[in-house]
Design a binder for this molecule. Structure first.
Ligand SMILES: Cc1cc2nc3c(=O)[nH]c(=O)nc-3n(C[C@H](O)[C@H](O)[C@H](O)COP(=O)(O)OP(=O)(O)OC[C@H]3O[C@@H](n4cnc5c(N)ncnc54)[C@H](O)[C@@H]3O)c2cc1C
Length: 384
């Protein structure tokens, strides 16, 4: 068993850390407060191919489609500075671009992947609706066949990148399979008539990222825009989320790491009762617990990524990674605020933002309760 990163992975970590500190850090607080993605950072991100991480070079991507550990390292390093950016690039690449590469026809890859790989077009994955949160079976957005085309009607909510995306993966019902809804994934170009963006959400955390409602009114789609075949939507949708969870776990590792680093710095600097507060056992134990939680989360996340790259089943480990990492980030950011005292509640200190961002990760890409349900179901079937 080798826990060492390759030279290439170490280089990717160094480059992304340097990039994030240089470009993202200076504007992170402003973008959080004013709820927008900085356009200069966006252009630099495109230049660095952070939108095409897991797309093969032949489609203009960075060629890390078989190196999910590197994709995790990139997401972790961006998340260490600003979770809004890691969710933006992570969602774009992991649950929109990668599924087109994985399940798409050659024609779909040619038509959609190149612009996604360069970031020329931003991608989104849209499953959630007003009546379909944890339960994908509640999807009501429907697609009805009309000659060679499908007509899409309905609305999606809470779509990351929704308001800025040009390429969407939409999960819609296309009929019934016995007593269950038949689901199908459609690739939607947002230039298609009948498409519009609804409410942009004003959120607690990851505030700079775009979370929006999307509306579809008689949107006509060619048969060639179906991803993976009619009726495969539930299976594909779950596989898309399995992969996405590894990256959301990586983002939380970065967030937890940021909270730990900020706490160590503050605990060494802040003096009370004549010594740095890091000398007090009550503070030391918090730092120790943060370090353990973040490292456990990192190990599970890299293991899920490793299994994925080996072509092995990573579903349950991916869920464990997402659960552990989001809860580790929550614990670490909670303790980070505590260690900072009143200063930790002020906008002037980044731990205030980390704390709000971490809460979000316990909800999106499957809540902690749903992760526990998925993990328990697999374990109870004897799949260890
Ligand atoms: C910032 C952000 C970004 C998002 N991005 C996207 C995106 O890009 N695409 C997308 O499709 N969606 C996205 N979502 C939606 C997100 O995935 C859902 O919010 C999430 O799956 C939960 O659905 P819900 O909010 O409707 O909660 P509900 O499903 O209504 O759950 C409410 C509560 O009940 C619990 N619960 C539900 N069912 C069970 C059960 N069987 N057992 C135990 N407890 C249960 C839940 O854990 C939760 O605590 C995003 C959400 C946020 C906040």
């Amino acid at each position: 068993m080798d826990f060492a990163l390759t030279d290439k992975q170490k280089m990717i970590r160094n480059i992304t850390r340097e990039f994030s500190e240089k470009y993202i850090a200076p504007v992170a607080e402003k973008c959080d407060q004013e709820s927008y993605l900085d356009p200069v950072v966006m252009e630099e991100m495109k230049r660095m191919k952070y939108f095409g991480t897991c797309i093969p070079k032949e489609y203009g991507g960075a060629g890390l489609q078989d190196d999910t550990i590197s994709f995790c390292i990139i997401t972790e390093e961006i998340g260490r500075i600003d979770a809004s950016w890691s969710i933006t690039t992570g969602v774009h690449a992991s649950v929109c671009a990668y599924p087109i590469y994985k399940f798409g026809t050659e024609d779909q890859k040619e038509r959609f992947l190149r612009d996604l790989a360069t970031g020329e077009k931003i991608g989104a994955f849209c499953l959630t609706e007003a009546n379909a949160g944890s339960d994908a079976g509640g999807v009501q957005t429907s697609a009805v066949k009309d000659g060679d085309e499908w007509i899409l009607n309905g609305s999606k909510i809470f779509a990351t990148n929704g308001g800025i995306a040009k390429t969407l993966l939409i999960v819609a019902t296309t009929g019934m399979k016995g007593r269950r809804k038949e689901l199908t994934v459609f690739i939607v170009d947002t230039d298609t008539p009948g498409y519009s963006v609804g409410v942009k959400e004003d959120k607690l955390g990851v505030r700079a990222s775009n979370t929006s409602e999307l509306v579809f009114e008689d949107v006509r789609l060619p048969e060639e825009n179906i991803l993976g075949g009619v009726g495969t939507g539930f299976r594909i949708g779950m596989q898309i989320l399995d992969y996405g969870r590894i990256l959301m776990a990586a983002q939380c590792v970065g967030l937890g790491q940021a909270a730990l680093e900020a706490s160590v710095k503050y605990a060494n600097e802040r003096v009370q009762f004549g010594k740095p507060i890091g000398m007090f056992q009550g503070v030391q134990w918090k730092i120790a617990d943060m370090g353990v939680a973040v490292e456990c989360a990192r190990l599970l996340t890299y293991k899920a990524a490793y299994l994925c790259d080996q072509g092995m089943d990573y579903g349950v480990i991916g869920s464990m990674a997402k659960l552990k990492a989001s809860e580790a980030a929550m614990q670490a950011t909670h303790d980070a605020v505590q260690i900072h005292g009143a200063y930790g509640l002020m906008k002037a200190y980044a731990v205030e933002r980390y704390f709000r961002d971490a809460k979000m990760a316990e909800i999106y890409e499957g809540t902690s309760e749903i992760q526990r349900m998925v993990i328990a179901q697999k374990l109870l079937r004897g799949r260890f």
